[in-house]
Design a protein around this ligand. Structure first.
Ligand SMILES: [Zn+2]
Length: 318
């Protein structure tokens, strides 16, 4: 018998990564899309198109798993709310299944990234873990006592909205919060912190880029920091410290064996992780700090896609 195959789609705040994945977690075809600024209809059209593209080369797929950056009601597949996509009380699973004429399974993107890491990645064997996904925003997932934890309806694990600063900057998208971890330590926050540093030091490399382009993207900060630029490294250390403060709260609240960090912004690597680890070591309650490991995702930015595929392979019941 040939291995079962499904399509896994990780739909982030601004982009999509998908693929045909078999039950051994081998990825056969990949598809990428971006949708900054698209409305709901356009976003859904892009998702459908992406699925059709990979399905054309793998007509044997049995279902599609979606990870989306939204509060997804468990059992119904209704997207109740999203900070980053125009989804509200939207029957995502049923409508998508009708359009694709395939069974569809949908859950929160970061929860599914943790599913992949717990099954075959860095959290394999752990019974208590959290995942923090650093991208445009910050997603979160929880594994408690060996099972994904979803709360009373499926909305648990929104670790990006841990409040670090009651009077801090307004959070992103539709979050009513202020000073959330997401607005202070996401990939987007790299750019904001870099613009502030650039304004203070206009003759630095960051300062020159800000003058030339009017804004600084998070990816540029990471690139300059890897090239050894001091100010860019300071920016990552500052943001890493804030990330660490968020991890302190997660560690103290859950006493996990490990916290997995994933998402595209993790390209910053140890320049971000080391300052975060230092804050956890210094500030978390000592027995908690001694135990918790802080590790990058084994599957990198493919964790969400693989988790979505696993969710479909397990028919929405992991
Ligand atoms: Zn928030």
């Amino acid at each position: 018998m040939p291995p079962r195959r499904v399509i896994g789609i990780d739909a982030g705040g601004t982009k999509l990564l998908g693929g045909v994945v078999d039950e051994g977690l081998v990825v056969h075809h990949r598809v990428h899309r971006t949708w900054r600024g698209a409305d709901l209809q356009e976003t859904l059209d892009i998702m459908v198109e992406a699925v059709e593209e990979v399905r054309a080369v793998a007509p044997d797929v049995e279902s599609v798993g979606f990870g989306i950056p939204a509060l997804v009601e468990h059992g119904t597949g209704v997207a109740s709310w999203s900070t980053h996509l125009p989804l509200a009380d939207f029957p995502f699973r049923d409508l998508m299944s009708e359009r694709l004429a395939l069974p569809v399974f949908v859950d929160n993107d970061a929860t599914l990234a943790l599913l992949a890491e717990a099954r075959e990645g860095v959290a394999k064997g752990a019974r208590h873990a959290a995942l923090v996904a650093l991208g445009t925003g910050i997603g979160g997932g929880l594994l408690l006592d060996g099972r994904l934890y979803r709360g009373s309806r499926g909305f648990a694990g929104e670790l990006g909205h841990i409040v670090l600063d009651l009077h801090g900057p307004d959070c992103q998208g539709d979050c009513p919060g202020r000073g959330c971890l997401e607005v202070l330590a996401s990939g987007t926050a790299f750019g904001v912190a870099a613009e502030q540093a650039a304004a203070r030091q206009p003759r630095s490399a960051l300062g020159k880029r800000l003058a030339a382009e009017g804004e600084i993207q998070g990816a540029l900060v990471t690139e300059l920091a890897h090239d050894g630029d001091e100010l860019a490294r300071e920016v990552l250390a500052e943001v890493g410290g804030r990330l660490g403060a968020g991890l302190v709260t997660i560690a103290n609240a859950l006493d996990p064996e490990l916290i997995v960090l994933g998402g595209g912004a993790l390209a910053a690597g140890e320049l971000l992780l080391e300052p975060a680890r230092e804050v956890v070591a210094e500030r978390a309650l000592p027995p908690v700090a001694e135990r918790v490991r802080i590790e990058p995702a084994h599957f990198g930015d493919e964790a969400g896609m693989l988790g979505a595929a696993l969710f479909a392979l397990e028919r929405g019941e992991p």
